[in-house]
Design a binder for this molecule. Structure first.
Ligand SMILES: [Zn+2]
Length: 331
């Protein structure tokens, strides 16, 4: 059987393992990238026995289980030898690759519905990413995000919607006092966070990491339904995209008003029909014919939906969006 230990070491984290066993949720946040709780291996009741270091991918049980890496954790919890544990991790996270490595994108989207998001648990801890089988590119920070915030409410983003986009309000760190929105590539790697300002006097409105190239990615590309003939809305911004997804439709965002050759090739690879719908403002109107030209050059099938002056996609009713989709289908 094919088994790539190096790939497991490079990609699978304690977050993934804890998420898989449903343990992450029982642990509490005890400092930067650290979790603590009862030991899931020996099932003791000391709430401080078990510690996890998310950054170094290590765990430790101070009662008597000892600690180690993800392999040690699975060996201990499953009472297996190293090889069996490695095989179990491989089969869990790379299910379709018993003979060859699969694209992580082939893993199913799994949402942890057991998580309650009442006022007492407002934090979206990083380990919840796990339930979605997301990975993090090296250098992407571990952020602690709050899924309830007045700004999210203002943009009609419920806690569960925030959670499904892994976004939330960030109190500290590089995205301090912003809504952090992860940008995820088609292979389900978080490549960066965009930080949306929550106050009018905050500048810039969107903060991206230094050297991050928006032009290399399309927001929400990882959630485009494969093998369906559903058209995909192409919009400018994050919130427009999220709004359309909320209506049950497929959408991606350029994160601006320009489209790069790389973005065009990503769109072409996805083999979709696109409804190009930029904002109903001057920037959107100017950009539309330029984008149309480029789509034509790349022979990407599309049509344009022009919005009325002052309208943005996130102000559109669900029925209106669905009507646009159906119009395409009927052809
Ligand atoms: Zn223990």
């Amino acid at each position: 059987m094919y088994l790539d230990i190096q790939r497991i070491k490079a990609e699978i984290t304690m977050e993934h393992i804890l998420g898989h066993y449903g343990i992450g949720i029982q642990l509490r946040d005890v400092g930067t990238n650290r979790l603590s709780g009862c030991c899931p291996i020996h099932h003791g009741d000391n709430p401080n026995a078990f510690h996890v270091d998310l950054k170094r991918n290590l765990f430790h049980c101070f009662t008597h289980c000892g600690g180690g890496s993800i392999f040690d954790f699975v060996m201990k919890i499953e009472q297996m030898d190293f090889y069996s544990a490695a095989r179990k991790i491989w089969e869990t996270f790379y299910p379709s690759s018993s003979s060859a490595p699969a694209s992580p994108a082939s893993r199913r989207f799994k949402f942890n519905s057991n998580f309650t998001h009442g006022a007492d648990t407002p934090f979206l801890l990083q380990h919840l990413y796990l339930t979605d089988n997301l990975f993090r590119r090296p250098g992407v920070p571990i952020l602690k995000l709050q899924i309830t915030h007045p700004y999210l409410e203002k943009r009609n983003i419920s806690p569960s919607l925030a959670m499904s986009f892994h976004m939330g309000y960030c109190k500290h760190g590089i995205m301090k006092d912003r809504i952090a929105i992860p940008i995820i590539d088609a292979e389900r790697h978080i490549v960066a966070y965009a930080g949306r300002a929550v106050h009018d006097n905050q500048s810039p409105r969107y903060l991206f990491p230094k050297n991050f190239k928006k032009s290399q990615y399309l927001f929400n590309i990882q959630n485009i339904t494969p093998k369906s003939n559903k058209p995909v809305f192409l919009v400018e911004g994050f919130f427009a995209c999220i709004h359309i997804v909320k209506a049950g439709l497929d959408a991606i965002a350029l994160m601006g008003t320009t489209v790069s050759p790389h973005q065009l090739s990503l769109m072409k690879e996805a083999r979709k029909f696109y409804n190009v719908m930029l904002d109903g403002d001057e920037a959107g109107r100017k950009a539309t014919p330029i984008i149309e030209n480029k789509l034509n050059l790349f022979q990407i099938p599309f049509r344009t939906v022009n919005l009325m002056d002052g309208k943005q996609p996130d102000q559109l009713e669900n029925d209106y969006l669905k009507a646009i989709e159906n119009e395409y289908r009927e052809k």
